[in-house]
Design a binder for this molecule. Structure first.
Ligand code: SER
Length: 434
């Protein structure tokens, strides 16, 4: 199954269960002052959950692009190093607004995964909220009963609120949740360590797939929970992870969502993906972050020094530092990756012809790359000059505050200063001040 079929099957399944199908909303969390970017499918439905507005439909299913680079949910620093986190990812969700609750959401999740997608039941583990004294919440025995009818007791695991209570930020609609995890290791590895020992342990092949949240409360700014007048369902299944499982891959970056882009990056940078860890990490960072940047720009966020634009500029600069340091590239090339990303987006995210969009986004990215490479080159030149002067004085130590000053004044990233000082065998005294 390719990713388009996988998405379609999800939506058709819930359409048969009488859900209204909606397309993704923007990445910009316009209606929510506590969020910058849409970080979960539920953001756009908050008003329905808290009873501020009534939804025209009591059941909805959708796919939603999400960006997790700021705030409570921030995956920026996991990306690339592992093979399954993303800054921009898609979430498949089904929603009930005061309609069905635990029984149907658990039954349908199981039916879809095991009967429609035909996932191997023996690889599935589920987690349940075990209760929390501070929030005065008890063990979720109801979910336990529903899961017990489907899956062996030994595969039902209990976790505290860190894993089984979902909230979008400090305040807002929230609730306990049950999660579905999948063990993708081979039989030999499974015999050595049982999958249940690896759930929620950041193992790259024992991963969380689907979160089913029972929205029952509102978290107030003083930290207390207030019960909502109606109960709702918010589910979120990671689309990239679902594709990884159904396409029998060991990494989301090996699914057909990414292969074309990874190939493009490897070709344009003259690298081979899948040989060296360091290069692979850099390529994954570029692929992931570029998708974030292109999706964000197509939602109208232009890199700048302010708010949304600043966050996107920082992501773009992270990519440039990565290719400069690891792939030793010193000329713009990211703008050439816009096309493969737009080709992916075309199917579900772009309505009209993408010709002008491609031109606009490429131009914006090229301008940013040129600007930042110029900054890096000027800053590096200044640092090399300072090092020359130190050498003339037979000194091989540079003050940390100079590195900081170069960053502050010329925008030279600290990682690049480190590279230059290391290359010149100059010690920095000390980085503590940085
Ligand atoms: N809100 C939950 C999450 O983002 C489920 O959609 O994980």
């Amino acid at each position: 199954m390719n990713h388009k079929q996988i998405r379609k099957i999800f939506l058709s399944f819930f359409k048969r269960k009488k859900h209204k199908i909606l397309n993704s909303a923007s990445l910009v969390a316009k209606k929510d002052s506590s969020l910058m970017f849409t970080n979960a499918g539920m953001n756009i439905f908050q008003a329905f959950f808290i009873g501020q507005k009534k939804s025209q439909y009591s059941r909805i299913a959708n796919f939603q692009k999400c960006l997790r680079i700021t705030g409570k949910h921030n995956d920026l620093f996991e990306v690339g190093k592992d093979t399954y986190h993303h800054t921009m990812f898609e979430m498949l969700g089904n929603w009930s607004f005061g309609d069905y609750f635990k029984k149907e959401s658990i039954n349908w999740a199981w039916e879809l995964l095991t009967e429609v997608y035909k996932m191997d039941k023996s690889n599935i583990y589920v987690t349940i909220f075990k209760g929390n004294k501070e929030d005065k919440l008890s063990f979720d025995s109801e979910s336990f009963q529903y899961w017990k009818n489907k899956i062996d007791d030994s595969k039902i695991l209990f976790f505290d609120k860190k894993h089984n209570f979902w909230e979008m930020g400090k305040t807002g609609p929230c609730g306990t949740c049950t999660e579905i995890h999948v063990d993708l290791r081979n039989e030999k590895e499974k015999l050595q360590i049982p999958g249940k020992n690896l759930v929620n342990k950041k193992h790259p092949l024992v991963i969380e797939l689907w979160n089913i949240v029972f929205i029952q409360f509102f978290r107030k700014s003083d930290g207390t929970l207030v019960k909502l007048p109606n109960f709702h369902i918010d589910t979120g299944m990671g689309f990239e992870r679902l594709c990884m499982i159904l396409q029998n891959k060991k990494s989301t970056y090996d699914t057909d969502i990414f292969t074309y882009l990874i190939k493009s990056i490897a070709q344009k940078t003259d690298q081979i993906y899948g040989v060296t860890d360091k290069i692979d990490i850099a390529i994954r960072i570029i692929a992931d972050h570029m998708r974030s940047v292109v999706f964000a720009i197509s939602d109208g966020i232009i890199p700048s020094n302010k708010k949304y634009g600043y966050v996107i500029r920082k992501i773009l600069r992270r990519i440039i530092v990565t290719y400069y340091l690891t792939l030793k590239i010193n000329k713009p090339f990211l703008f050439k990756l816009v096309n493969p990303i737009l080709c992916y987006m075309k199917h579900s995210y772009l309505k009209k012809s993408n010709t002008s969009l491609k031109y606009d986004i490429s131009t914006i990215i090229l301008r940013e790359e040129k600007l930042f490479l110029k900054t890096i080159n000027l800053g590096s030149y200044k640092l090399e000059k300072i090092i020359e002067e130190l050498r003339a004085k037979k000194c091989n130590i540079i003050a940390g505050k100079i590195i900081y000053w170069l960053y502050d004044t010329y925008g030279l990233p600290i990682e690049i200063s480190k590279l230059i000082t290391n290359k010149n065998k100059i010690k920095v005294f000390s980085y503590d001040s940085l």
